[in-house]
Design a protein around this ligand. Structure first.
Ligand SMILES: *Cc1c(COP(=O)(O)O)cnc(C)c1O
Length: 712
C-alpha cells in the first residue's frame, strides 16, 4: 500500500484546513479563483514567495490567518474554491469518460525527463518540459487517466544571471523540499519508499516524490538518498547537467527505474508513452518483464510495441542522444542475457543503418508501435530523417504521424484577457476551447476593451522588467548600464517586439541585428519607434549560445541604442507569461526546417499577440494570411549566409511596409483598428487549434485509443 501521508503539520485553523490540500495540488495554478484566494491571504507574502502557496502558508503568521477567519467574505470565497476543487477532483462527467467509455480502467504511463508545471517546481528547461506539463494539465481537465514519470532534480535546470560584460553565469540553487509542492511517497511500513534499481554492475537507491497536477499524479525519482555513493546521489542532481556517462545513467534510471517504480506503486498502464527519447529504455524493461515471465522475445517485443507510443520532438541532431557502444556494453552486459540475446543483437535494437552508436530515438522508433512528430511539417521532416529504419518503404509511408503541439490555455491566457473571454465568449470557454464556433464570437469584443486590456498587460511587462532591473541595481550593485539593458528605458507607446527562446544556434536570435543601421532607423523613428525585448538561456556548456546573448546584451547596454533593446534575465515560465502576454508582436526566426513545432508563439497568439515567424513548425500550418506575418518562404531557404541575408531582408521589409504602418495607424481615440482586427484574428485562429485540449484529444483519439485496442 502506498500513502503520501500528511507531511507537514501546518497548524492551519480548522475552518480553513483544506488550504493545505489546495496548496499541494497544482490545480490552483490554473484556476483564477484559487490564485485569488491565496493572494488575498497576504498579498506581500504571496509576491515574496513567488506565488508558491506551500511556502507562503508555512511562512504565514498566525495573526494574518486569524484576521482572515474574521472575514466572512474570505470564508465564503474559500468555501466556493474548495467546492469547485472537490467537484473537479471527483471528475464524474469528463470528456474522456463520455468519448471513450471503452477505455474505462485504462491508464497511460507518461515518461518525460522534464515537466514544466509551475515555477515553484523547477524541473524543466524549456519547450519539451512545458509541453509535458501542459499535456498533464489538459489530460487532467479532460479526465484522461495519465500518470507522469520523471525526476525530482534537487538543483533543477540552470538559472541565468548576466554579468556586466554580457556573459551568462550558470547558477544552481538547491531546492527547498519543504517549500515545494511535493510529498514523499511512503512504503508499506510507513517509512520512505526506497527502490533498488540495477545500474550497470551495481544498484542505486531511488526515493519517490509525488506531485499532484489536478487529477494527474506525477511520480518523480530522486537518487539523493542515504545509502547511495556521492556519485550515485548526483544522478538526479541536475536536468541536462552532466557529461555523457551521467546522461546515460540518468536515462537508465528514468526508463528502467521508472517502470520498476510504477510496479512498486502497483500501477500497470495499458499504454506507455515516451515523451522524447530520454526514456526509451522503458521499452527494454517492458520486454524484459515479459521474457522473464516466459514469453519468447519476438512475442514480447510485439506486445511491447502494441502498448507503446513515442513522440519525437526535434529534427536537430544534437537533440538525439547517441551513446558509444562500449558505454552501453559496460552498463548492459548483464541485462541482455535477461532478454535472451547476444551483444550484437542487443546493440541492433538502437542502431541506425550505416551508423554505429546507440541511438535513443532509434530505439524508441523501433520499439513503439505508434510514433508521432509534433507538427505537420515536423512529420514530413521526421519521415525523411528516419526513413533508413524502414528501408523497404517509400518516404511518405514511414510510420511516423504527427500531432501538433498545443498550449494549456488556462495556464497561458492572461487572467484579465480570460475575463474578457468569459464575458464575450461565455464562462465555459475553457471547457469548450477547441470549438472554433465559440471563438468566432471574438468579433463581438469591442476594440476598446481588447486594446485597453492588451495595454495593461504591456504595462505589467514593463513594470516587471523595471522591478527586476531595480532589484539587480540595488542588491547586486550592478553597473548602471545593466539597469538600462534590463529595460528601464523602455517606452510604453513604442511597438514592442518580443523574442524569447533557448539560445541555440538554429534559433538565429541575432538575425534581426543583421543590418544594424536599418534596424536603428526603425528604433529611432521619432513618430513610429520600435523596441526589442529579448530573453532566453543558453545551455550551461554552450559557449556559442552564450556569445549570442553577449552580442545582444552589449547592444542593450550601448548608449547608441538608447535603451530600446532590452534583455530579461532567467527566462522561465514566469517571465514567459509576462512576455507572451505583454509584447505587441512575437518574433520567431529559426532556420527552417529545424523548428519541430514551437509553442511560445501559440501562447502569444491566444492572448491576441500576433506572430511574425518563419513558415516552419506550427506556423507553417497556423498562418492563414490574416493572423500575423510570415518570414521567408515555405520550406525555408536552406542554411548559409545568403539564406540568413534573405530572411533578414524579409524581416526588415515586412516591418517597414506592413507591421509598423498598421500598428501606428490610429483613429481619433488612438485605437489602431486594423491592428486590433489582426489581434482578434490571431485569437480566433490560434486558440481553438493550438490549445492543449485539442492536442490531448488528438493523442487520445489517434494514438491512445488504438494503442489500448491493440494491447488488448
Ligand atoms: C513556451 C516556453 C518555451 C517553448 O517555446 P518555443 O517557442 O518552443 O521556444 C520555452 N521556454 C519557456 C520558459 C516557455 O514558457
Amino acid at each position: 500500500m502506498v500513502t503520501t501521508d500528511s507531511y507537514h503539520d501546518w497548524n492551519l485553523p480548522e475552518r480553513v484546513a483544506r488550504l493545505k490540500d489546495l496548496a499541494y495540488n497544482l490545480w490552483w495554478s490554473w484556476h483564477p479563483e484559487a490564485r485569488a484566494l491565496f493572494k488575498e491571504i497576504d498579498r506581500t507574502l504571496w509576491a515574496d514567495t513567488h506565488h508558491n502557496p506551500v511556502r507562503m502558508l508555512r511562512a504565514c503568521p498566525k495573526v494574518v490567518l486569524d484576521a482572515r477567519m474574521a472575514d466572512k467574505g474570505f470564508l465564503s470565497r474559500y468555501d466556493a474554491v474548495i467546492a469547485a476543487f472537490d467537484a473537479y477532483m471527483a471528475g464524474n462527467d469528463t470528456w474522456f469518460s463520455k468519448a471513450h467509455p471503452e477505455l474505462k480502467g485504462v491508464t497511460v504511463g507518461y515518461f518525460s525527463a522534464e515537466f514544466g508545471v509551475h515555477n515553484s517546481l523547477r524541473i524543466y528547461s524549456g519547450g519539451l518540459g512545458i509541453l509535458a506539463g501542459d499535456h498533464c494539465k489538459a489530460a487532467s481537465d479532460l479526465g484522461v487517466p495519465l500518470i507522469g514519470v520523471g525526476f525530482m532534480y534537487p538543483q533543477g535546470y540552470v538559472q541565468q544571471k548576466i554579468s556586466s560584460d554580457g556573459w551568462q553565469q550558470n547558477v544552481y540553487e538547491q531546492a527547498d523540499w519543504d517549500a515545494s509542492p511535493i510529498r514523499p511517497v511512503l512504503g508499506p511500513s510507513g517509512g520512505r519508499m526506497l527502490l533498488d534499481i540495477p545500474l550497470g554492475r551495481g544498484m542505486v537507491k531511488v526515493a519517490v516524490w509525488k506531485v499532484q497536477v489536478g487529477r494527474v499524479p506525477l511520480y518523480l525519482m530522486d537518487t539523493n538518498v542515504d545509502g547511495n555513493s556521492p556519485h550515485d546521489r548526483e544522478i538526479s542532481g541536475r536536468l541536462y547537467g552532466g557529461d555523457r556517462t551521467m546522461r546515460l545513467r540518468q536515462e537508465i534510471i528514468l526508463g528502467i527505474g521508472g517502470v520498476r517504480m510504477l510496479r512498486a506503486l502497483g500501477v500497470h498502464p495499458a499504454i506507455f508513452h515516451a515523451n522524447e527519447g530520454h526514456s526509451s529504455f522503458l521499452f527494454l524493461e517492458l520486454a524484459r518483464e515479459k521474457v522473464s515471465a516466459g514469453k519468447p522475445l519476438d512475442e514480447a517485443l510485439r506486445e511491447v510495441a502494441d502498448g507503446a507510443v513515442f513522440t519525437t520532438h526535434t529534427p536537430v541532431e544534437a537533440g538525439h542522444d547517441v551513446f558509444a557502444e562500449e558505454m552501453i556494453s559496460e552498463y548492459f552486459s548483464s541485462y541482455w542475457p535477461q532478454l535472451g540475446v547476444e551483444r550484437e543483437q542487443f546493440l541492433d535494437f538502437a542502431r541506425v543503418p550505416g551508423h554505429s552508436g546507440w541511438n535513443m530515438t532509434a530505439l524508441a522508433l523501433k520499439m513503439a508501435g505508434r510514433r508521432n512528430a509534433v507538427s505537420r511539417r515536423h512529420g514530413q521532416v521526421s519521415r525523411e530523417m528516419w526513413k533508413s529504419l524502414w528501408p523497404s518503404r517509400p518516404v511518405d509511408e514511414v510510420p511516423i504521424s504527427h500531432v501538433t503541439n498545443g498550449v494549456h490555455l488556462a495556464t497561458w491566457v492572461q487572467q484579465e484577457i480570460g475575463a474578457v473571454y468569459d464575458r464575450y465568449l461565455g464562462e465555459d470557454w475553457r471547457e469548450r476551447q477547441d470549438d472554433p464556433a465559440l471563438w468566432s464570437k471574438v468579433a463581438a469584443i469591442p476594440d476598446e476593451v481588447l486594446w485597453l486590456q492588451h495595454n495593461r498587460n504591456k504595462s505589467q511587462l514593463l513594470q516587471m522588467m523595471r522591478a527586476r532591473a531595480r532589484a539587480k541595481w540595488m542588491t547586486e550593485k550592478s553597473d548602471p548600464s545593466q539597469a538600462l539593458a534590463g529595460g528601464a528605458l523602455l517606452d510604453h507607446s513604442a511597438l514592442t517586439i518580443g523574442f524569447a527562446r533557448r539560445f541555440a544556434g538554429y534559433k538565429r536570435a541575432t538575425l534581426i541585428l543583421h543590418d544594424i543601421e536599418r534596424l536603428k532607423k526603425m528604433l529611432f523613428d521619432p513618430w513610429r519607434p520600435v523596441q526589442l525585448v529579448f530573453a532566453g538561456k543558453a545551455h550551461p556548456a554552450d559557449d556559442g549560445g552564450k556569445m549570442l546573448i553577449q552580442q545582444i546584451y552589449r547592444l542593450a547596454k550601448d548608449p547608441a541604442f538608447g535603451g530600446r533593446i532590452a534583455f530579461v534575465e532567467d527566462y522561465d515560465m514566469h517571465v514567459a507569461r509576462y512576455l507572451v502576454q505583454g509584447v505587441d508582436m512575437w518574433l520567431n526566426n529559426p532556420l527552417a526546417p529545424l523548428e519541430a513545432c514551437g509553442t511560445s508563439g501559440q501562447k502569444a497568439g491566444a492572448n491576441g499577440v500576433p506572430n511574425f515567424s518563419v513558415l516552419d513548425g506550427w506556423w507553417e500550418e497556423g498562418y492563414n494570411g490574416a493572423n500575423g506575418w510570415p518570414i521567408g518562404q515555405p520550406g525555408g531557404r536552406g542554411a548559409g549566409p545568403e539564406a540568413d541575408q534573405a530572411d533578414a531582408e524579409d524581416i526588415y521589409a515586412t516591418l517597414e511596409r506592413k507591421v509598423i504602418p498598421l500598428y501606428y495607424d490610429r483613429d481619433d481615440l488612438l485605437i489602431p483598428r486594423g491592428w486590433v482586427k489582426l489581434m482578434k484574428e490571431s485569437i480566433r485562429s490560434v486558440a481553438p487549434k493550438y490549445g492543449a485540449s485539442r492536442m490531448v484529444k488528438d493523442y487520445v483519439n489517434g494514438l491512445y485509443a488504438p494503442t489500448a485496442a491493440a494491447a488488448r
